[in-house]
Design a protein around this ligand. Structure first.
Ligand code: FBP
Length: 555
């Protein structure tokens, strides 16, 4: 395959590893802490994870590791949405395995978890691996959203792993996929199998994080890609001075992406779903907030601006949240009845008889397109596909009609022309930034050491990420430690808790301190494209979110 000049140059990039992983391989020792507890619902989780609950935190220190040179066979899965750096996790895992013992083998499961269920694999050899080092995308082995759920799927996963003679399976995924990793680890143990399961924290959404997982990989590159695009739009808006741009940003439930992009580009408005929920704002109040900035800017003759909207917003407006939850339950419990209704008209009439009165009223008052989008298939984990709900258009149209009323009332004299955008897929497969290239490679290498040390049911962890890579700290976090019980898809399920934007956290506070100024005064920042070659302060900086969380950045 022909490759670009940048791709060729990136093949030559050597990802940086933390010192604890770059020493002589037999000198990477393992240190285990005390037993751990899940973040909530300890009793229920202990009962569900009889064999894997409560393991200790693991970290790599200088020491002896006599098991590390064993010949190992490992299978790797890319699960869920693409995130820049996935190939480097595989590269770190591959290089670790080969460094441990050149006879070790790595298999890639094709197309995500279904590759494990259906035994669809490819052996990852050195020339194959080299074609994908430091590249974006998941095209090396493909990805998928299949959930390993039924007893048959668990049994065939074990059968595949046994057939291949695997010592371990590595699942590179987000919160849902790593919940699956925890269940698989438990299942293997319960079946008396010694096959280990290790997860790696992936997702551009940035919502798989906690004290030990500082960020999920892919977030860094995705937000830098979106920020470049938003900066370009801001410059266009400031040049033409005639459009309000409504930009929806990926990120599913959490607003981490929108918040980071706001810190990087200083738009006029950035909605934060978590705040909308905390303040119990109605759809109308959210629209009023936007119109308020439009009116104020019009008074300064600035009839242009940029609004950032997190894609999960609709699920956080309390009235919409209740409606979506009711729809989820109805569609899960009465799937057959619902699927028999052919037209949207029939579906609406039936749904109104099933929904509570306020939800039924809201559902019928929504524009038809949005109502239809709320009914689209859930993903295999039961989530509404928020990337397919056109919230940016909903808000834009509602703002337009509100401004019309204000004009008629004589309180607004400006012009309101709009453009809408959705940035999501543009950022998921970009060439990983140096940060993601290094972080992912380290996560993969750390996954290898966890396997070689005989651990199962762990998420690979690399911390201290605002320090130079050499000072990063690597190890593993027990998957059950990050879990709680949640109501999903009509039933109570054990899940890894999603980390939403904390309104008391430094990134939000930095944004809050400045947003009123940005709303009225044009304060756009143009971050430009990701730089791969050049000084570290331009090329290797982590996100503002990470720096603020580590308090190394003043607003
Ligand atoms: P993951 O949680 O699997 O990493 O996926 C993240 C994401 O990019 C979301 O931001 C987005 O809502 C969703 O995937 C879109 O999914 P799809 O690729 O199936 O359209």
């Amino acid at each position: 395959m022909e490759v670009s000049a940048l791709q060729k140059a990136r093949y030559a990039y050597t990802p940086k590893l933390p010192a604890c992983l770059s020493r002589e391989i037999t000198r990477i020792g393992l240190e285990l802490g005390s037993p751990t507890e899940s973040i909530a619902d300890q009793g229920k989780l202990k009962a569900l994870f009889k064999n894997s609950y409560g393991k200790p935190l693991a970290s790599f220190v200088q020491g002896n590791n006599d098991k590390i040179g064993r010949v190992l066979a490992v299978g790797v899965i890319l699960s869920g949405g693409q995130a820049p750096g996935g190939h480097n996790v595989i590269a770190g895992l591959f290089d670790g395995l080969k460094k441990g013992n050149p006879e070790s083998k790595l298999y890639g499961f094709l197309g995500g978890p279904s590759g494990l269920i259906n035994n669809k694999t490819v052996e990852i050899t050195s020339p194959f691996m080299d074609e994908y080092r430091n590249t974006g995308g998941f095209d090396m082995i493909g990805s998928g959203r299949t959930k390993i759920e039924s007893p048959e799927q668990f049994a065939s996963s074990l059968e595949t792993a046994k057939k291949l003679g695997l010592d371990a399976v590595v699942i590179i995924g987000g919160d849902d996929s790593n919940t699956n990793a925890a269940l698989l680890a438990e299942y293997f143990l319960a079946q008396g199998s010694s096959i280990q399961v290790i997860g790696c924290p992936k997702t551009i959404d940035g919502d798989l994080k906690n004290e030990y997982i500082e960020t999920s990989f892919g977030f860094d590159t995705a937000v830098k890609t979106y920020s470049e695009l938003i900066g370009n739009i801001e410059r266009d808006a400031n040049s033409a001075k005639k459009y309000w741009h409504f930009i929806k940003l990926m990120g599913r439930a959490a607003s981490h992406i929108a918040l980071e992009c706001a810190l990087q580009t200083q738009p006029n408005i950035c909605l934060i779903s978590e705040e909308v929920e905390a303040k119990k704002l109605s759809l109308r109040q959210v629209v009023d907030q936007i119109c308020d900035a439009v009116v104020k800017r019009a008074e300064n003759k600035e009839n242009f601006g940029v609004v950032l909207i997190p894609e999960g917003l609709v699920e956080f407006i309390p009235e919409m949240k209740t409606l979506i939850e009711e729809l989820n339950d109805i569609m899960a419990k009465k799937e057959k009845e619902f699927s028999e209704l052919e037209s949207f008209h029939e579906q609406s009439i039936w749904l109104v008889t099933q929904l509570s009165d306020p939800s039924g009223y809201l559902f019928t008052s929504l524009p038809e397109e949005i109502a239809k989008e709320l009914l689209m298939d859930r993903d295999p984990h039961g989530n509404v596909q928020v990337s397919r709900i056109e919230t940016e258009k909903l808000l834009m149209n509602m703002a337009e009609s509100r401004l019309k009323d204000l004009k008629e009332a004589g309180t607004y004299k400006g012009a309101f022309s709009t453009q809408n955008h959705f940035f999501g897929y543009e950022g998921r497969c970009a060439f990983p930034s140096n940060f993601d290239s290094d972080y992912c490679y380290s996560l993969g290498f750390s996954a290898f050491v966890l396997i070689a040390s005989g651990l199962t049911g762990y998420l690979s962890s690399v911390r201290n990420l605002t320090a130079p890579a050499a000072e990063w700290i690597a190890g593993g976090v027990p998957l059950t430690m990050m879990m709680n019980m949640e109501h999903r898809h009509g039933a109570e399920k054990p899940v890894i808790k999603k980390a939403l934007v904390e309104l008391e956290g430094e990134p939000f506070k930095a944004f809050e301190a400045l947003r009123d100024t940005w709303a009225v005064k044009t304060s756009f920042l143009f971050p430009g494209a990701i730089q791969y070659f050049g000084p570290a302060e331009v090329c290797d900086q982590p996100t503002k979110t990470l720096r603020l969380e580590h308090s190394k950045e003043q607003p």
